[in-house]
Every structure is written in structure tokens, then in C-alpha cells.
Ligand binder design. Structure first.
Ligand code: DX5
Ligand code: ZN
Length: 220
């Protein structure tokens, strides 16, 4: 069976001390790190790119890096992100719809895991053919409008999760946005096994306790 994994998003961390924030999350028992890359074009916000990812790789050599690429040209950063030490490259369907299969193949060739994300307004049906291709390791169902941390969880995205889970029992389904101890049960019940959580973990008084608690609730 699929194991539940908790991946802190460092978007709302102390970005001036990102290396230590990554170390702190790994020391707190994170299963992986979810790194939010924004280009100010696909989303109305800016974060960081591959040079920063490369430096972070030096700080936490063993952490699994899930790159959430909120960028308009996902083709452009596959090579640089691989060089920087990314483990999974999650692009947005909306940014790649002209050549989704080509992009997925390209990422696969690098040896990175392939993730495809959909924004709240994107219908789940459009990605089903892609999932049939066997190229996709992870489907990311956004539970907020991408761009900012600390937004409210959209529970009405859960039918997307269940629709995919009923058809693909073994694929990783990741949820991202507003997820915390109070709604992780809903996500897991719908079929999500990769749980991204930013604010709820980063701003927690005891991140290890929060991660442990969320994992326990989700695995239940
Ligand atoms: C939103 C990002 C998410 C988000 C997670 O664009 O993709 O990763 O920041 O943070 P919280 O859990 O605070 O919503
Ligand atoms: Zn994200």
C-alpha cells in the first residue's frame, strides 16, 4: 500500500535563513521538502530558482526535493533543476498543455520523478489521458489558488483526488494549500498520500509533533 508522506513547504519559512529552515524541517521528521518555485508570471509572486535549490542541496544532502514549478515555461528549467539536485519535477498542466507528453518524457529521461499539477479551476478529466501514459509519478491537486502560502483549504477539490485514486490505485496523489492537522484526514480519506503543509508546520511551536500528528491522522 502507499505510504503517507508529509512534505513541509518552506514558502512561509524565514527565507533569509532557508538552509537552516530546511535542516530544521528534516530534523523534525519531514519525509520530503516541497520547494515552491514562482516566476512572477504563471503566478503573481516570486520566490527562488535553481541557484538557490543548488545551495539548499548542499545543506540537506539527503532530503527528497519536490520542486513545485509555478512557472510559465516549465521546459526551460528541467536541466537546471536536475543539475541543482531536484528529485521530483512537478510542473503545472496549465503551463504545458501544448506538449504535456513531451515535457513528461523529457523529465523522465533525466531520472527525476515526474509530477503534474492542476490549479483549482482545471478539470481533472483533462489529465486522465496523461496519467494513462505511465510517465507520471505524482499528481498534484492544488487546494488553493497557487501563489501564496497561508490560504484557506478548498475542500471541494477532494472529488478530484477520489476520481484519480479510484482509477489509479498506485499513483502518488499530492495535495497542496491550506493543509494542516484539521483537514489532513479529509485529504487522506479522499486518497491523497503526499501531504504538503506550509504554514501549519513552519509556524508550529513544535514542528516534529505537528508532522508526527499529521502523519498518524492520515495513516489512520
Ligand atoms: C501555494 C504553494 C503551497 C503553499 C503551502 O502556491 O504551492 O505550497 O504555499 O503553504 P500553506 O500550507 O501555508 O498553504
Ligand atoms: Zn506548492
Amino acid at each position: 500500500d502507499l505510504q503517507v508522506k508529509i512534505g513541509p513547504s518552506i514558502l512561509n519559512a524565514d527565507l533569509g535563513d532557508l538552509g537552516n529552515e530546511c535542516v530544521r524541517m528534516m530534523d523534525s521528521g519531514a519525509d520530503y521538502l516541497h520547494l515552491d518555485v514562482m516566476d512572477g508570471h504563471f503566478v503573481p509572486n516570486l520566490t527562488f530558482g535553481h541557484p538557490v535549490v543548488k545551495c539548499l542541496r548542499g545543506k540537506v544532502p539527503k532530503a527528497f526535493f519536490d520542486l513545485h514549478m509555478m512557472v510559465s515555461n516549465p521546459h526551460a528549467w528541467v536541466g537546471p533543476m536536475q543539475d541543482a539536485g531536484a528529485d521530483q519535477y512537478t510542473f503545472h498542466y496549465e503551463a504545458a498543455s501544448d506538449d504535456v507528453l513531451g515535457l513528461a518524457r523529457r523529465i523522465k529521461e533525466t531520472g527525476m520523478k515526474v509530477g503534474v499539477g492542476v490549479k483549482p479551476a482545471t478539470d481533472v478529466d483533462v489529465i486522465l489521458p496523461l496519467l494513462n501514459s505511465d510517465l507520471i509519478d505524482t499528481v498534484l491537486i492544488m487546494t488553493v489558488e497557487p501563489g501564496f502560502g497561508g490560504q484557506r483549504f478548498m475542500e471541494d477539490m477532494m472529488p478530484k483526488v477520489s476520481a484519480i485514486r479510484s482509477r489509479f490505485p498506485l499513483i502518488n496523489i499530492e495535495v497542496d494549500g491550506g493543509v494542516g492537522p484539521n483537514n489532513v484526514d479529509v485529504c487522506a480519506e479522499a486518497g491523497a498520500n503526499m501531504i504538503v503543509s506550509g504554514t501549519a508546520i513552519i509556524k508550529s511551536d513544535d514542528p516534529s509533533q505537528t508532522i508526527r500528528h499529521m502523519r498518524a491522522v492520515a495513516q489512520d
